[in-house]
Design a protein around this ligand. Structure first.
Ligand code: PAF
Length: 283
């Protein structure tokens, strides 16, 4: 049976909710989201439930991680459906602050992450992004003070950035990565997939196919250059404008040129029409 989660919109109300949920020292897991929830988010919530007694999901479309040219105002917002999904998962509370609550007038403090945040992947194409993510996630962690926080591996560089930040700033939260959930044809689930036109949606699974193909060639001992170029060509031949298709160290995100330098992660970002997709797999 599903039960409606508590919906919280102010910091004092959140503090009271967290205090209640913490009764008898119950552990809390936070799942930070921007809403427009899909099955990938549900899998994060389910992992959170396995890790902690109580689960809080934040829904906040964070303006500071969007550049002026990006889709902040058109980002899909599906509040009613989101609440219904979270109720069906028996989430305890939804933290849904307004922009003015998160960034009150005069807000003047930002977290500027380095290390994995300046690895030359997403940061090269979205230089504003990780500062915005680190600042909002830092605030979410200090507001909720969860024991665990669950992030999807689909945003792999983001996962590395928030993991590093939580450790560096002693935020007392264990960051846990959750496996990417894919459509049947391999496309990674993403709130932005709704932007794809029908013919783009048909082409989109090539990202996953290309990564798998390059990973297979790397494991078979092919040269790094040839294996990665082959994957990149599959993607551009399908009509994508490629931002990057790279093999990196899975922990540090440093460039590598041999499987021996691993663990290895292949990461891709590419634009199809107006939609930019990212994805990654382990080798
Ligand atoms: O991955 C997301 O949905 C967002 O970047 C996050 C972590 C909720 C921060 O706004």
């Amino acid at each position: 049976m599903s039960r409606s989660p508590m919906i919280v919109r102010t910091v004092p109300a959140l503090r009271r909710a967290v205090e209640d949920l913490r009764a008898r020292k119950a552990t809390i897991a936070l799942v930070p989201t921007m809403g427009a929830l899909h099955d990938g988010h549900v899998s994060l919530v389910r992992l959170a439930k396995r890790r902690a007694k109580r689960v809080i999901v934040s829904i906040f479309v964070n303006p500071t991680q969007f550049a002026p040219s990006e889709d902040f105002s058109s980002y899909p917002r599906t509040w009613k459906a989101d609440v219904a999904r979270l109720a069906a998962e028996n989430v305890d509370a939804i933290w849904n602050p307004d922009v003015k609550i998160m960034y009150p007038d005069g807000f003047a403090t930002r977290i500027v992450p380095e290390g994995p945040a300046i690895a030359g992947l997403e940061d090269r194409f979205r230089p504003h992004f990780f500062g915005g993510v680190a600042t909002v996630v830092g605030k979410l962690f200090t507001q909720v003070r969860p024991d665990f926080a669950i992030f999807g591996e689909k945003d792999f560089q983001q996962l590395r950035v928030v993991t590093r930040m939580a450790g560096d700033l002693d935020l007392g939260v264990k960051v846990i990565g959750s496996r990417t959930v894919r459509e049947r044809d391999g496309l990674a689930m993403s709130s932005r997939n709704v932007y794809l036109l029908p013919e783009e949606r048909r082409a989109a699974p090539v990202l996953y196919r290309a990564m798998k193909e390059s990973a297979k060639r790397l494991r078979a001992g092919d040269g790094f250059e040839a294996a990665m170029t082959g994957g990149a060509e599959l993607i551009t031949n399908a009509g994508f404008a490629l931002d990057y298709f790279e093999a990196r160290h899975a922990e540090t995100l440093a460039p590598i040129s041999s499987l021996k330098d691993g663990p290895v992660r292949i990461l891709v970002a590419a634009k199809l029409g107006k939609t930019r997709l990212i994805d990654n797999i382990g080798v």
